[in-house]
Design a protein around this ligand. Structure first.
Ligand code: G3I
Ligand code: 9MR
Ligand code: ZN
Length: 546
């Protein structure tokens, strides 16, 4: 039977609003919650695309200006109900921010703030420095990375960066309240988002060694079984330092300095000192120091083939924070290295323009954001500005070829495809920040629709948001806590043609990319959650709600 796919949460009244039909119906209508017809329209036939594999019809109700709760009806088929309201994303925003609190490691979650999801303190034992005969180190705190209990420096820095650049661009993020313990500062109390981010920043400070370098990760030797975090008593190890982690930390501390200085001068000073210390180590160690898992260890690796984008980001962030010319020159130098690397087909990883990438590995886009935030007009700033315009044009072109107006290509449906999409929506948000265009906003809006249910799985990829939201994340606490619902506000990794876990390999062969998904707890390669899949959504929503 045909389906009507729609954003299951809702739409802002002013933006583009549409649903996608998988069947032929010339007309559709919008009804309110008392079944009154409030809008009638004609569908337009898009045709078949190679991502969804479906022959789609578009029901566009953008011109409808009413607010309330509605559904789309075409023939005998009904969509789920959704809101059209200025407040349509308020709960969603609160939920996706609150998940960082639920992922906190160390302190434990209190009944007051976590309700039924409270748990005891976890991972408080000191960590052994792997392969060295030195004293164990206290690196407690921060956020668990994902469905596992590892804590990884590059992943943590990138998630923090999405949130903090969000704060730099969109001040409204400072007003989001999501019910977490208050954190005092010189100015009184931090806004919630900065209080939550400080939890991770404090942890990342502990990951820095005396000499300025940063440990790549702290985890048990292998992934824990499915147990609550406080039951995971395995020995913790700090695996080797990497220039990747050191550069990301130099960058994110410099960025944090520019924000926290308005709240607490001592803390901001410390952030800058730590950033400079990491940077000095990078200067003294110019060769990439990459990361590989220790023999036999299976926790996350977060491997990267080079460190140019990381060093680029660090140089740009310190340039923005200090305005010192030497960082600008270092950024120019790393740009050249990155261009050579990006043009070398044997390394080709990221599909889009590398200077706009916001991933856990390719972080040059974050450096570009720092450049865009400087007030001087420089060659490099103009260069990256142009990269955003070019990349945004490519993404709009992709969207035009797709029945869901989705700016992705087949190649984007890898592990964490939802993040590939969210990274693109961040690019479009930045392009729109630099030069507002309806075209950008429409593609952003369709991307958000996809995440919230307008996709051929008919599923909202955010827990607790949408009538058919996914419910079975690959997430240890949720899987074992005997509570039916997962924490609300978790973003799923999403469809992945790679079928990289045992359960995923049981899916039928040759599914279209958009359908390579199942809401199953065992599927870490397509239904896990992570901090850096939530964080870009916070950035994008802040942009939409500004
Ligand atoms: O870059 C290549 C690309 O060139 C190629 O065309 C494409 C198709 O195979 O693959 C791309 O590489 C992918 C890589 O991510 C880059 O995004 C790999 O296939 C894919 O296996 C890899 O997945 C990563 C996964 O760890 C395995 O390393 C995910 O991005 C990453 O989010 C995930 O991170 C895990 C942590 O290790 C542990 N904690 C949970 C977390 C989330 O699952
Ligand atoms: O649960 C782990 C998940 O967080 C990781 O993303 C994934 C890849 O590192 O690994 C998962 O752990 C699996 C392990 O690698 C192999 N045995 C089964 C584990 C999950 O049940
Ligand atoms: Zn923990």
């Amino acid at each position: 039977m045909g389906k009507i796919y729609t954003n299951q949460v809702g739409f802002l009244p002013t933006g583009e609003k549409m649903a996608i039909l998988s069947f032929d119906s010339p007309e559709f209508k919008l009804v309110d919650d008392s079944q009154q017809t409030v809008f009638e329209g004609k569908t337009s036939h898009f045709g078949r695309d190679d991502i969804s594999g479906e022959d789609t019809y578009v029901a566009d109700f953008s011109s409808f200006a009413g607010q309330g709760r509605f559904k789309v009806i075409a023939g005998d088929t009904e969509s789920v109900s959704f809101d059209i309201s200025n407040k349509a994303y308020d709960k969603l925003m609160k939920d996706i921010c609150k998940c960082f609190y639920y992922l906190r490691c160390g302190h434990g979650l209190s009944k007051e703030y976590a309700g039924k999801f409270y748990h005891e303190p976890c991972h408080l034992s000191k960590a052994t420095v792997y392969g060295e005969d030195t004293d164990p180190v206290d690196v407690s705190g921060g956020w668990h990375d994902a469905g596992d209990y590892g804590r990884y420096s590059t992943a943590g820095a990138v998630a923090v960066a999405h949130l903090l650049y969000g704060v730099r661009l969109y001040k409204n993020l400072l007003n989001v309240k999501f019910d977490i313990p208050a954190e005092k500062c010189e100015k009184g109390e931090y806004p919630d988002i900065l209080a939550e981010v400080k939890v991770e920043l404090d942890f990342l400070m502990k990951m820095q060694r005396e000499n300025g370098s940063v440990w790549h990760k702290v985890t048990t030797f292998n992934h824990a079984d499915f147990i609550m975090p406080e039951e995971d008593k395995g020995e913790l190890f700090l695996f080797s330092v990497s220039s990747l982690a050191t550069a990301d930390i130099a960058a994110v501390f410099a960025l944090a300095h520019t924000i926290y200085k308005d709240y607490d001068s001592e803390y901001a000073k410390l952030l800058l000192e730590r950033s400079l210390k990491a940077y000095e180590w990078l200067v003294a160690n110019p060769e990439p120091l990459l990361f590989k898992n220790a023999e036999g260890s299976n926790t996350g690796e977060y491997p990267e083939p080079e460190d140019y984008s990381n060093r680029f980001w660090a140089a740009c962030a310190l340039y923005e924070a200090t305005r010192e010319k030497k960082y600008y020159e270092d950024a120019l130098f790393q740009r050249e290295k990155l261009i050579i690397y990006d043009n070398d087909d044997s390394f080709k990883g990221y599909q889009g323009n590398i200077f706009t990438c916001f991933g856990w590995a390719d972080v040059a886009g974050l450096g570009s954001l720092s450049l865009l935030l400087t007030n001087q007009k420089t060659e490099l700033k103009e260069y990256v500005r142009n990269c955003f315009a070019l990349e945004a044009a490519r993404l709009c072109d992709n969207a035009a070829r797709n029945g869901f107006n989705l700016c992705m290509k087949r190649e984007d449906f890898i592990w964490g495809s939802n993040m590939e999409l969210l990274k693109y929506l961040m690019v479009l948000s930045v392009a729109n920040y630099l030069e507002p265009k309806d075209e950008y906003l429409n593609v952003i809006s369709s991307g958000i629709d996809y995440i919230l249910g307008c996709n051929s799985m008919d599923v909202s990829y955010v827990t607790g948001n949408g009538e058919r939201a996914f419910k079975n994340p690959h997430l240890r606490p949720t899987a074992v806590d005997d509570i039916e619902d997962p924490w609300p506000g978790l973003v799923s990794g999403g469809p992945n043609v790679g079928l990289q876990d045992e359960r995923a390999r049981m899916l039928p062969k040759n599914l279209p990319p958009m359908k390579c998904y199942i809401d199953h707890v065992d599927c870490y390669s397509l239904n896990e959650i992570t901090i850096y899949w939530n964080s870009p959504l916070v950035f994008i929503l802040a942009g939409l709600l500004k």
